[in-house]
Design a protein around this ligand. Structure first.
Ligand code: CP3
Length: 339
């Protein structure tokens, strides 16, 4: 299938392009009334994610609504623990919860390496369907959580500001921590490779909780596992987004990845120096989308002045907040295209 708009793909591969591509993390979601309608019909987040027809529908919604340069498959990073044998629940206004957690080798022995084709077939089906329905309009991004971020949820059992239960294990039982991280890594590699076979054009690794680790811990407990993933993905461009890991930018830029995602605490000039030969993606504070239209355009302009117009993918510095006015999101995308 030939892509009509392959701007993101060409940019991610390091080519010079006529315009900066743009998409938004979490673009498929509650920010769109048409998403909330489908979510209502599905009954629950998990049913929506597990119904390929509906997942494909909400994946394409932001392409129609915002005219972004990519779709990202509608799913969640927590499908991987579920496929390893640890189911999750999504609780309204509280977020994800694991009724059972994994905190020692005995717990771990009850889990398995996920077999993507059998355990995550519904995501692969949704990818195939989305590719068909997109009909080449824009590339489709696949994704997975970084092993450390998945480790956080599997051990802690729920979201947390500190993830102190998860971090405690790095000190009290590092052997167990490494064993679980390795099992997540093996599952993630199988999953991303299956996503690529199903048709995704790029993949992004979300290390959403990278920022809670010290630089030394990041080198020990996160980076080596992301490296294994990058080393084994060769057919499509790979983006690594490690939220809060400003201290690891140089090391991430040395991985065999193509794009490095930045959050809004990471200065673009400094990031270019630390990561001289990779494409950068980011990094507008999602809160800017609460400002008025004039200010949003001014902030986008400032971001462009800092990043330049090449080897750059415009995005937010983290997921868009659900109470954002969709017109403001559209304004962000339009502003990028007008630069
Ligand atoms: O448009 C897209 O970006 C694709 C969809 C997507 C979702 N989750 C859908 C979702 C993606 C890429 C994710 C990744 C994800 N999930 C991450 C990594 C990115 C990040 O934000 O740091 C993380 C940490 C999760 C775990 C997760 N899932 C949390 C913490 C929550 C609850 C927070 C919230 O917004 O309610 C979710 C739920 C979730 N995942 C929703 C969506 C649309 C909201 C659930 C709903 O519709 O009720």
């Amino acid at each position: 299938m030939i892509l009509q708009n392959d701007l993101l793909l060409r940019t991610a591969r390091g080519e010079l392009t006529e315009r900066v591509p743009v998409w938004m993390m979490r673009q498929a979601g509650r920010v769109l009334p048409q998403y909330r309608a489908v979510r209502e019909r599905a009954g629950s987040f998990i049913t929506l994610a597990k119904t390929p027809e509906l997942a494909a529908e909400v994946t394409i919604q932001p392409v129609d609504a915002f005219d972004v340069d990519a779709a990202i498959i509608f799913s969640d990073i927590l499908v991987v623990p579920e496929a390893m044998g640890l189911p999750y629940e999504m609780i309204e206004s509280r977020g994800p919860v694991f009724p059972e957690t994994v905190r020692n080798k005995a717990d771990l022995s009850r889990l398995r390496v996920a077999d993507a084709e059998s355990d995550l077939g519904y995501v692969l089906e949704a990818i195939k369907l989305t590719k068909k329905e997109l009909n080449g309009r824009v590339p489709l991004i696949g994704f997975a959580g970084a092993p450390f971020t998945i480790f956080c949820y599997m051990t802690e059992g729920k979201g947390s500001k500190t993830f102190s239960v998860a971090k405690k294990l790095l000190y009290t039982d590092p052997d167990f921590a490494h064993a679980l991280l390795q099992q997540i890594t093996d599952s993630t590699i199988s999953y991303l490779q299956a996503q690529i076979r199903a048709g995704v054009d790029l993949v992004q690794i979300f290390d959403s909780w990278a920022g809670i680790l010290s630089p030394e811990q990041y080198q020990t407990f996160s980076l080596p596992y992301i490296k294994q993933i990058c080393d084994l993905i060769s057919d499509v461009p790979v983006t690594v987004f490690a939220k809060g890991a400003f201290f690891a930018r140089h090391a991430i830029g040395q991985l065999s990845c193509d794009v490095v995602g930045l959050d809004w605490n990471m200065d673009p000039h400094e990031s270019r120096q630390l990561i001289p030969d990779r494409v950068l993606q980011g990094n507008l504070d999602p809160c800017v989308l609460y400002a008025d239209f004039t200010q949003i355009r001014a902030e986008v302009k400032q971001m462009f002045n800092a990043f330049g117009h090449q080897h750059y993918i415009a995005n937010l510095g983290h997921g868009i907040y659900p109470d954002t006015d969709p017109d403001k999101a559209r304004c962000f995308v339009d502003a990028v295209k007008e630069m």
